[in-house]
Design a protein around this ligand. Structure first.
Ligand code: ADP
Ligand code: MG
Length: 232
């Protein structure tokens, strides 16, 4: 981690208020965060605290009600939807609790499609997809559809897909929350190694304190702000 380099992600005084029938629900009230290349940060907070909201804003899937999100120095607030989508496709990878793979396509195709959308040829995309699947030790399952894979294998394919476009920022929302402890451990290990080797920045929402302890630092949400996590 180099603090002199530009953050892959910066949240600056980010606010998010859900307008509900029962009244306004402020979830984020000026959240600040800087995430540097090569840094893997755990976001640990109780259910309902706003972890998914934060990841959606960081991933440019939603717009904040106040403040701004910077991806590799670019302020997202000033961009139109087309430019936001382009930035998301090239710079950001997502891993969700449930894999969200396309059910009618093979593991390999699930990793190839996003790269072809980003403009790579099928051959280039296939080569990179095979490398990633091999790295995650599921290349022998490359031609299987998601339904023909175990939960741990599905999640490794989802990780390969998230890395396929060589993003600068990887956002994971309880990526191992659906797996048994042993599988969770293996999947996390592969994920963490990939993050570190590619020097991207990773933000991982998790309830698993043992996984959080293996990351570089842990933050939590308190009253709509991001603060360092302290035990007890
Ligand atoms: P977490 O991921 O930490 O469990 P979320 O970000 O999903 O938390 O939700 C934070 C709070 O905002 C919760 O109280 C949730 O009920 C509420 N919330 C989330 N999405 C919406 C929405 N689209 N409309 C209204 N309230 C929402
Ligand atoms: Mg959530």
């Amino acid at each position: 981690m180099s603090s002199s380099s530009q953050p892959a992600l910066r949240l600056q005084k980010v606010e998010r208020v859900y307008r509900t029938a029962a009244g306004d629900l402020p979830v984020l009230r000026g959240a600040d965060l800087a995430l540097y290349p090569g840094e893997l940060v755990a976001l640990v907070a109780p259910s309902g605290a706003g972890k998914s909201t934060l990841l959606h804003l960081a991933g440019l899937l939603e717009r904040p009600d106040g403040g701004d999100v910077y991806i590799a120095g670019t302020a997202a607030g000033g961009l139109d939807d087309h430019a936001r989508t382009a930035l998301r496709r090239t710079e950001i990878g997502f891993v969700y609790q449930f894999h969200h793979l396309l059910p009618e396509f093979s593991a390999l195709e699930n990793c190839v499609i996003p790269q072809m959308i980003a403009g790579l040829s099928r051959q280039e995309a296939s080569e990179r997809a095979r490398q990633l699947l091999a790295y995650l030790r599921i290349d022998q399952r490359a031609e299987h559809r998601p339904a023909e894979l175990s939960g741990g294998e599905q999640q490794r394919v989802a990780i390969a897909r998230a890395f396929a476009n060589a993003p600068r920022l990887l956002l994971a929302d309880e990526p191992t929350g659906n797996l048994d402890p042993k599988t969770s451990d293996r999947v996390f290990e592969a994920f963490a190694t990939l993050v570190r080797e590619t020097r991207l920045a990773g933000l991982v929402a998790t309830h698993n304190l043992a996984l959080a302890a293996r990351m570089d630092r842990t933050v939590t949400l308190r009253e709509g702000l991001i603060v360092p996590y302290e035990d007890g």
